[in-house]
Design a protein around this ligand. Structure first.
Ligand code: LMR
Length: 328
C-alpha cells in the first residue's frame, strides 16, 4: 500500500541518516529541491555527501535531503539562519531578499552559455559575490552550475507573441517577473515543488527551466512542448550559515572546504553534458522539443532584453559590460 511504502521509505532514509552519523560527529544537513540522479545539483550534492562521510568519518557526517523533503526553496534560507540546516544550494534567483547583486544572473540573454557564467563568477567581482550576504548571516562557499533555461507551455511557443496572456510560473525574482511581463505573460511565483501540480491542473500555463529540471520533474509530460530558447540560466550558490562555518575548528573547515572545492570543480565541468542528456531523455520519452531559427530567436531577444534597463541600477553597468565582454 502507499502508506506502507511511505513508511518504508521513511525507515530507509532514517536508517541511512543513522548510518551516516555517529555520536560526536558534526552533523551537516544539506537540504535541496531537485532530484538526485542525472541532475547537476543532485549529483554534486550526493557526491559531496559521500566524500564527507568517507573522508571525514569520525569527525563529521552529511545527510542530504533532496526533492524538497526537508525544506522548500522558499523556507531553506530561514531554516539555515535558525541553524536547522547547514548547507543548501538554492538557485541565484532565490536570494532576492538578501542581495540585489545576483539579479545579473536572471537578466535574459545576459550570458551566452554556462562557460561564460563560469568565467564571470571566477572574476574578482564574481568571487566577491559569495561574501555579499555575510552581514545577513549567509556565506557562499561555491557557485554550482545547472544550465540554460528553456520555455515551455501548454500551447506551442515559437514567436514571443505566443506567450501573450499566458500564466508562467517563475521563481520569486523581480527580474523574472519583469521578463514574463515583457512577454505579455502573467508571472506566478511559486516554490519548485509546486510546479508540476500547477502545470498539470492549469493553475499556470507554462514555465521556464533547464533540461534537467524539465525532465527530472517531468514538466514536459504536462506541457505541449519545450522551446529551446536558451534565454537565461539557472545557477546555484552553495551556501552556509556564517556563524556555523566560523565555529568549525580550523582543520575541519579546511578539510571540508577542500572537498567542496574539488566536488564543485569536477561537477561544474559536467553540467552542460548532464543537461544535454536530459534533453535527449525528453525526446526519448516522446516529449516535444522546438528549436528556433536564428531569426526566430532574435524575436525573443528583442522582446525580453529591454528588461535590462529596469535593473541596470541594481546590477551595475560595469558588471553588464564585463559579462558582455566575456560573451564576445
Ligand atoms: C526552480 O525553482 O525552478 C529551480 O531553481 C529549482 C532548482 O533548484 O533547480
Amino acid at each position: 500500500s502507499a502508506v506502507a511504502a511511505a513508511a518504508l521509505s521513511f525507515t530507509v532514509s532514517a536508517g541511512a541518516v543513522a548510518a551516516a552519523c555517529d555520536d560526536g560527529e558534526i552533523v551537516i544537513k544539506f537540504s535541496h529541491v531537485t532530484n538526485t540522479d542525472k541532475h547537476p545539483k543532485g549529483i554534486a550534492a550526493s557526491l559531496l555527501g559521500q566524500r564527507v562521510n568517507d573522508e571525514m568519518n569520525g569527525t563529521a557526517c552529511m545527510e542530504v535531503f533532496p526533492n524538497s523533503t526537508l525544506y522548500n526553496d522558499n523556507q531553506v534560507l530561514e531554516a539555515m539562519l535558525q541553524g536547522d540546516v547547514q548547507l543548501a544550494a538554492p538557485s541565484l534567483s532565490k536570494f532576492e531578499q538578501f542581495t540585489k547583486q545576483f539579479r545579473i544572473f536572471d537578466l535574459p540573454f545576459m550570458f551566452n552559455d554556462i562557460a561564460a557564467v563560469d568565467a564571470f563568477q571566477s572574476s574578482e567581482t564574481g568571487q566577491a559575490m559569495k561574501e555579499s550576504m555575510v552581514r545577513r548571516g549567509l556565506l557562499g562557499l561555491a557557485f554550482w552550475h545547472n544550465g540554460m533555461k528553456q520555455m515551455s507551455a501548454n500551447v506551442p511557443l515559437e514567436s514571443p507573441s505566443d506567450a501573450n496572456g499566458l500564466k508562467f510560473r517563475v521563481q520569486n525574482s523581480d527580474v523574472l517577473k519583469a521578463q514574463m511581463a515583457a512577454l505579455g505573460g502573467s508571472p506566478q511565483p511559486m516554490a519548485f515543488s509546486e510546479v508540476y501540480g500547477a502545470l498539470q491542473t492549469g493553475v499556470v500555463d507554462g514555465q521556464e527551466n533547464t533540461w534537467s529540471n524539465i525532465y527530472g520533474k517531468k514538466f514536459f509530460e504536462v506541457q505541449d512542448g519545450v522551446t529551446e530558447t536558451n534565454h537565461g540560466i539557472i545557477d546555484y550558490l552553495l551556501v552556509t550559515n556564517v556563524d556555523w562555518w566560523e565555529g568549525l575548528d580550523e582543520g575541519v573547515r579546511t578539510q571540508l572546504g577542500t572537498i567542496i572545492e574539488e566536488v564543485s570543480v569536477a561537477r561544474n565541468a559536467e553540467s552542460t553534458a548532464v543537461n544535454a542528456s536530459n534533453k535527449q531523455a525528453i525526446l526519448d520519452a516522446g516529449g516535444v522539443v522546438r528549436e528556433l531559427t536564428a531569426e526566430q530567436r532574435e524575436e525573443w531577444v528583442t522582446v525580453m532584453k529591454p528588461v535590462w534597463e529596469q535593473f541596470k541600477g541594481d546590477v551595475g553597468q560595469e558588471n553588464i559590460d564585463a559579462a558582455q565582454a566575456i560573451n564576445a
